[in-house]
Design a protein around this ligand. Sequence first.
Ligand SMILES: NC(=O)c1ccc[n+]([C@@H]2O[C@H](COP(=O)([O-])OP(=O)(O)OC[C@H]3O[C@@H](n4cnc5c(N)ncnc54)[C@H](OP(=O)(O)O)[C@@H]3O)[C@@H](O)[C@H]2O)c1
Length: 333
Amino acid sequence: MKAVMVSRGGPPDVLEYKDTPTPAPEPGQARVGLKAAGLNHRDVWQRRAYTAPEANILGSDGAGVVEEVGDPEHQQWVGREVVINPSLYWGDREDGPGPGYQILGIPTPGTYAEGVVVPVDNLVPKPQHLDFLKAAAIPLAGLTAWRALFSQGRLAPGETLLLPGIGSGVAGMALMIAKKAGARVIVTSSSEDKLAKAIQQGADFAFNYTDESWEQKVREMAAPDGIDLVLDHSGEQTLPADLRLLRTGGRITFLGATTGSQLILNLREAFFKQVHLIGTTMGSPREFRDLFRFVEQHRLEPEINHVYGLAEASDAHRLMEEGRQFGKIMLEI
Ligand SMILES: NC(=O)c1ccc[n+]([C@@H]2O[C@H](COP(=O)([O-])OP(=O)(O)OC[C@H]3O[C@@H](n4cnc5c(N)ncnc54)[C@H](OP(=O)(O)O)[C@@H]3O)[C@@H](O)[C@H]2O)c1
């Protein structure tokens, strides 16, 4: 089969489109013939830092048709259109994954390929209202947003949610989901274009975080009583403002460190404010199924920014590194 392989760390050019043996599923596994794969920033980190001796395949998001299963018990999956849950071997607990936890796409071969082998337990039927590209745009970012908003963030209808950096795939997915769940959503961005698009998609307020008075504007115009929940993916540079804008007893779910991972926290300020700082990553099989039930129920359609062919994965990575996108960058296979 054709796949996009990485064999050494470096810039987007290190990605190679080439032939590799088609993998065969073992018992409990299925091979999905992929029709679409989605990019996440994780792929960029993995590509830059790749050091393993063997070449491997990037990609956590994928949708396609089951071609083969590894045992007769799962034969009914063959020929079905599916979306893949990229949370592998999560385990039995809902409050966090077990020790064998992995994310699809390094160390296991990922979805930038014509086929991928995954556990049958990680397959979910593709929502009928979505084509393969839109279905494959949801898994990693959607699952992460779902857990951060609900299981960890306990978002309730009518609450005010802050999404800093709406250009992020996770934040974009969170906007789409949170609006359907009845939240008031405030977004920030460095780009006026992205702010306008977020408003079109239902954001209630949008502020440019490069404007020095943005925090004051949030307080005056959008959240005089403070924010109930912040979903933060950029870390060091955004968390101090999140804490200042939070209401007493408010929650911050944090899941990324794009701008750095060190935080100097004034403990007195935090405990007097009764702040809940909640780390979160990916999600459980139950959350993945709940997410896709919600997507079907509300006929949600994720925003797609750009579609490349599989052979053009390097170009797709370049676009992601430039950070101009609003919505997902996809590979059509
Ligand atoms: N723990 C998990 O399970 C998990 C899952 C997915 C992603 N992540 C992490 O979450 C982060 C986001 O990933 P992603 O793929 O969704 O998106 P991404 O493409 O990494 O998002 C980049 C966006 O971050 C925003 N940003 C950068 N600096 C900012 C700042 N100072 N203030 C506010 N926003 C800022 C920008 O938004 P604007 O363009 O709007 O300014 C930029 O477009 C990454 O670090 C990723 O590794 C973690």
